[in-house]
Ligand binder design. Structure first.
Ligand code: ADP
Ligand code: ASP
Ligand code: MG
Length: 406
């Protein structure tokens, strides 16, 4: 009898009818002879709605209270899914993250899982029950409720699959699997049969919202196979797995577009050792994630530094940067929210050249100016003007022959 962990995202449990449909699907899996653990997200846009509600009351809420609020979304869906399964005549029990021993650090709103003690889950499985767990949440050793970052139910599912030594983890969502690009932005995008952890890790951290990036890091570390499938259709999804020979031959496997970053530029920064260290240390201390960084040498003894942060952390970042800028005698601090980051990813890039020049020339042909560039062994990212992001993603996707139409 194999143990399977399934996760259903917000769109899959958006209303009563959909919850009943998920219940049927889960029961079918149990009847086929599996032990089933189900992780669910909050219904539909409930997390966004709760955030909006909180802002109406206090635009700058304490992070502890925000986590307390957001964790309620998943608690609604676990109880409703358990009721749906009961209605269909099967046994199920729902648990919150803390109830199944998900212990995290204390970084509210983006806590990391430190440990899971799944004894309660194991006991319920032995009793023949379907176990339903709230995604996206845990608690600190001191008993404070935390959340794992937006989209964090994926992480709950993969981490539970590892802790329970499941056969694999199944992520159910509103598309057929992982595509060469977001199918909502590029309708010509093609579903992939399989993709490596490294590629999807890059795609996820580059803006492809289909999977939470830390869930892939955990999957990779413990070599847990992850299937991404459609919750409404019985079609073969995409398997996220470790690299194999055939996969290396694909040079570019996907394109990602991120529109949730903003750029901060510091003009006339003194060009001496320690200045950049100071600026980025204060950002790290404030727990702001910095993504791309570029620094330009000028002929004078000052330099300009640009970097990107998530839009929802821009105000926090500016507060920190403005205060260190004053101390360090930086000329001027400017921010720009009208940017988009477009990236190409593929493990085959390690052994092929000419990818960057192809990407840059197709952008030039379409009169799209490149603002920043960053590369790794398996990806190239560029920042362009915000209103050019979609076009850039489309022309690059086409240039690399990734679409169904080619
Ligand atoms: P869930 O609520 O199930 O967690 P998400 O909205 O988090 O669903 O993720 C699914 C969405 O991810 C899809 O609807 C799709 O628009 C988006 N997406 C972005 N990039 C990709 C990609 N490369 N492949 C598939 N989906 C993608
Ligand atoms: N409900 C949370 C969110 O919307 C977690 C998740 O959906 O995975 O981010
Ligand atoms: Mg998601």
């Amino acid at each position: 009898m194999s143990l399977i962990v399934q996760k259903y995202g917000g769109s899959s449990v958006a209303n009563a009818e959909k919850i009943l449909r998920v219940a049927q699907r889960v029961i079918k899996r149990k009847k086929a002879g599996n032990k089933v653990v189900v992780v669910v997200s909050a219904m539909g846009d409930m997390t966004d709605d709760l955030i909006d509600l909180s802002k109406q009351i206090n635009p700058d809420p304490q992070e502890r209270e925000m986590d307390m609020l957001l964790a309620t979304g998943e608690q609604v869906s676990i109880a409703l899914l358990a009721m749906a399964i009961h209605k269909l005549g099967h046994e199920a029990v729902s648990f919150t993250g803390p109830q199944v021993g998900i212990i995290t650090d204390a970084f509210h709103s983006k806590a990391r899982i430190q440990n899971i003690s799944p004894d309660r889950i194991k006991k319920a499985l032995v009793q023949g029950k379907i176990v339903i767990v709230a995604g996206f949440q845990g608690q600190t050793p001191a008993g404070e409720i935390t959340t794992l970052g937006r989209g964090g139910s994926d992480l709950t599912a993969v981490a539970l699959a590892v802790a329970l030594k499941a056969k694999h983890c199944e992520i159910y969502t509103d598309v057929d699997g992982i595509y060469t690009a977001d199918p909502r932005v590029i309708p010509d995008a093609k579903k992939m049969d399989q993709v490596t952890y490294d590629e999807i890790l890059e795609l996820a951290s580059l803006g492809a919202k289909v999977m939470h990036s830390r869930s892939i890091e955990v999957g990779k570390k413990f070599n847990m196979p992850i299937w991404v499938c459609n919750s409404h259709k019985e079609v073969k999804g995409t398997l996220i797995t470790k690299e194999n020979k055939a996969m290396e031959e694909v040079v570019v496997s996907g394109v990602a577009l991120a529109e949730d970053e903003a750029k901060i530029t510091l003009f006339r920064v003194q060009d001496r050792p320690g200045v950049a260290a100071k600026i980025f240390q204060t950002l790290a201390d404030a727990n702001v994630n910095v993504d791309m960084i570029i620094q330009n040498k000028t002929k004078t003894n000052s330099t300009d530094i640009s970097f990107t942060v998530f839009k929802n952390e821009l105000q926090k970042a500016l507060k920190v940067v403005n205060s260190s800028a004053k101390k360090l005698g930086v000329g001027e601090v400017v921010s720009d929210q009208n940017i988009a980051k477009v990236s190409v990813v593929g493990i085959g890039m390690r052994s092929h050249s000419g990818i960057a020049s192809k990407m840059f020339s197709v952008l030039a042909k379409n009169k799209i100016n490149i603002d920043m560039i960053s590369t790794s062994e398996i990806k190239i990212s560029v920042v362009v003007a915000g209103d050019k992001g979609k076009l850039a993603a489309q022309v690059i996707h086409k240039a690399f022959g990734l679409g169904k139409g080619k």
